[in-house]
Design a protein around this ligand. Sequence first.
Ligand code: ZN
Ligand code: ZN
Length: 164
Amino acid sequence: MPRALGILRVVAPEVELPLEGGCGCGAVRFRIDAPLEAAAYCHCTRCQRRTGTASQASGRVVPGSFHVTEGEEALRRWMPPDGYEKVFCGRCGSALYGENPEDRDFITVRLGAFDSDPGIRPAARQFVAYAAAWEPIPDDGLPRFDERIPPASADCWHRALGPG
Ligand SMILES: [Zn+2]
Ligand SMILES: [Zn+2]
């Protein structure tokens, strides 16, 4: 088990590989050849706006295991000044994944984009200080962080998902 990822790794017992998913209109499809490494919820306002939901659940992929199999030309990207690049379908607007511009192997895929159980469960909640007023945070026992998951207490959290 990877050193710092122990508490993050909440994997469903039987996940069938490859994992597959795509956008709402079907233009973009992806395939993932290895189990996801980590997952968490982000409650930041950026994630609220770009998804239209109260929080965004994302899972980190093993480097090199993520492949866009259809619709590469439909992808659009938004690079916020202080975060990872947000990749979405330019035809239907579906949020698909985030990518570290300094390390293109570092990808977090939106859990809602999978066709079926992605085989992992989010293990923390970050930016809960900005959580939507209209949806109470579930009493699920997951650790909550007002801001970004602090690298000092768990370096892996930050590495797991990166900035909003
Ligand atoms: Zn689409
Ligand atoms: Zn966020």
